[in-house]
Design a protein around this ligand. Structure first.
Ligand SMILES: *Cc1c(COP(=O)(O)O)cnc(C)c1O
Length: 632
């Protein structure tokens, strides 16, 4: 076996860059997550976790969640802001609010409100359902609840009642039409609201979500609408309720200069609102704090060109400077960081079910005398290949392969020989690709030859269900095998999922310098256990996913360590086939009745016996109650 070290795997899969000291590789070549066990930090093998779950009856795919990493992110964000505040002698405080939409799972909200109490971490709600969750999971009186989104009377009433209860809640006006409703309900209930306003900045945004901030963003008031709002509040004698200014530039902002520009523009508006006579006091700078998915630390959509301390320091500096110039009191700062809090929290794990190889590394024997001439023609190319005649060899290989196909179509070549011809063709291409890879200027047509030789590894998960952003917006996530990382990965693969949809594949992976079109993978023989993880999938992926091909939610487990032992808790069984069918409005009782009728008819007609009916119905029911994914 070729010599290979763990540090080469670290570099190749980039875990030393995107792992953020949360993920690494141990001496046995297994991917590990670093979790706290009391005062210690211990590496936990993800392969051991997956195997432990399988022993407990949960097949792959599984989503592994790490509460400790969630806590760690909350801690890092708050520590970074408090250090920056201290360093600048900033007089306002920092208050994080977690936007529920980024990962709405009850466990996440529960953990954030429990662990976040010491930092007074609050919640951001963009709908009535999220507000209900936020109200029930906020026990800390200082933690903020920020109400964004379009609000009807029910939403407004509930927020007003919470204000009356003494909760630290803001109703943020996102549209001009919301104010009359809020005033009407406030007067009806006799409760004065604490108001915020969302503003549409003109500062440019960058990254995937560029259009969700700026002039064309759907939410937020523009300047003239803001002026009208202030006038109306003054006329209605509600200007004293206006205490918070909010903007949101969009998610995953890669460029710190763009973030600063927005803060600068926002501060001009903030200061103007103070001068208009609104009490203000809070500046809510929205989400957008990026996650470095590829570890490149660049201004690119899957990365960012700043660190967390830099982000905090730059925001504080900008705000402080503008307050000084305008002689305005420094506001409390709020960020609605979602992605940066939960991305590290989950890993999706899946096994490889099958492999289609294109590269043929093993030399193929010369076809015998009794075999068709066309096979010999292809094989003979292998003897001639060198740098100078590469193009000619490639032309010949293509020509003979097409000839073989034509002969087959016209009945002059049998299926077995056609298969043999294609295998020889891939082998000859593999030989040529090896030479191409060493050439400075290969023939143009051959430069991409290598790409056509990438293997397919069939992966037991659904891109649409579990990594929707990889499909919808070409988001890059880090992938890495969970074991064998002390062996050299000799193959290259595209991951094809089990939806049978041609879009159901992952063919963009992180690389030392940019993006590559394959994942380096280890050999996998039929029956081998080979498990891969998709990392940093805690933000947005779980509930954006859909039921394409009726593949449902995977199994979930929360993993920790206690006294050196791995702990499994909060296991949630994934969807059964019956579950997903009911989501699309099948009545499973009715389905079974229909099928049973058919089976009984077969008994009546003597096609099967009554005992066989029992076996068939048992198989039907087992499938109905089973997992939607491939079960070994
Ligand atoms: C989505 C959203 C966020 C979260 O953004 P992240 O990039 O995940 O931090 C924050 N605020 C608002 C208003 C949002 O719509």
């Amino acid at each position: 076996m070729a010599s290979w070290s763990i540090s080469q795997s670290r570099e190749l899969y980039g875990v030393n860059r995107w792992g953020n000291d949360y993920f690494d590789i141990n001496d046995d070549g297994e991917a590990v997550v670093i979790l706290r066990d009391g005062a210690q930090k211990v590496p936990v093998s993800l392969k051991r976790v997956v195997d432990g779950m399988r022993e407990r009856g949960f097949a792959l795919p599984q989503i592994l969640r790490f509460r400790d990493l969630l806590d760690n992110r909350i801690e890092s964000l708050n520590d970074a802001f408090s250090s920056a505040i201290k360093a600048a002698n900033y007089t306002g405080e920092y208050r994080g609010v977690y936007p529920i939409k980024v990962n709405q799972q009850q466990q996440v909200i529960e953990e954030i409100s429990a662990f976040g109490t010491k930092y007074h971490t609050g919640l951001e709600a963009g709908s009535k359902a999220e507000l209900i969750a936020a109200l029930s999971y906020t026990s800390d009186k200082e933690a903020l609840i920020i109400c964004n989104g379009y609000k009807d009377d029910e939403f407004i009433d509930l927020a007003l009642h919470a204000t009356h209860l003494g909760m630290n809640i803001f109703i943020v006006i996102e549209m001009p039409g919301e104010l009359p409703d809020i005033l009407r309900r406030s007067r009806a209930l006799g409760i004065r609201p604490r108001l915020g306003v969302r503003f549409r900045l003109s500062a440019r945004s960058e990254g995937h979500w560029a259009s969700s901030g700026g002039d064309r963003s759907v939410f937020g008031l523009n300047t003239s609408q803001l002026i009208d709002l202030i006038d109306e509040l003054r006329t209605e004698q509600y200007l004293d309720c206006m205490q918070l200014f909010h903007y949101h530039q969009g998610s995953q902002l890669p460029n710190i200069r763009v973030i600063r520009e927005a803060a600068l523009e926002a501060m001009q508006v903030y200061v103007s609102l103070v001068k208009e006579g609104a009490p203000m006091g809070y500046l809510d700078m929205g989400g957008g704090l990026a996650v470095d998915y590829d570890g490149s630390q660049e201004n690119a959509s899957s990365s960012c060109n700043y660190t967390l301390p830099e982000y905090c320091a730059d925001l504080i500096e900008t705000v402080q400077e503008q307050c000084r110039i305008a002689n305005v009191k420094e506001p409390h700062l709020i960020t609605e960081s979602g992605r940066a809090i939960v991305a590290y929290y989950s890993v999706l794990t899946f096994d490889i079910l099958d492999v289609t190889r294109f590269e043929q590394h093993e030399p193929l024997p010369q076809p015998g005398k009794d075999q068709p001439q066309i096979l010999k023609n292809i094989w003979d190319i292998s003897l001639r290949i060198d740098e100078k005649n590469l193009q000619e060899c490639f032309n010949d290989a293509l020509y003979y392969r097409d000839q073989a196909r034509a002969q087959f179509t016209h009945g002059n070549l049998d299926l077995r020989s056609r298969g043999e011809a294609e295998r020889l063709y891939w082998w000859v291409c593999t030989l040529m690709a090896k030479i191409v890879s060493t050439m400075e200027e290969p023939p143009e047509e051959l430069a991409a030859l290598d790409e056509n030789l990438i293997d397919f590894y069939y992966a037991n998960f659904s891109v649409f269900q579990s990594l929707p952003d990889a499909w919808a917006i070409d988001q890059i996530f880090p992938f890495m095998p969970l074991h064998k990382l002390n062996e050299k990965p000799e193959h290259r693969a595209i991951l094809a999922d089990i939806t049978c949809d041609c879009d159901g594949k992952i063919d963009k992976f992180i690389d030392q310098d940019g993006i590559r079109n394959h994942l380096p993978v280890h050999d996998r023989k039929p029956g081998d256990d080979y498990v891969i993880g998709a990392f940093l999938v805690g933000a947005y992926q779980e509930t954006l996913g859909d039921l394409h091909n009726l593949l449902g939610d995977p199994h979930v487990v929360s993993v920790g360590v206690k006294n050196g032992e791995i702990t499994f808790d909060h296991e949630v069984e994934g969807d059964s086939v019956a579950d997903v069918l009911s989501y699309v409005e099948y009545d499973t009782k009715n389905l079974e009745r229909r099928f049973r009728k058919k089976v009984e008819e077969a008994v009546q007609e003597g096609i099967i016996t009554a005992a066989e009916r029992k076996t068939i119905m048992t198989a039907y029911r087992e499938t109905l109650t089973g997992y939607t994914y491939y079960e070994a």
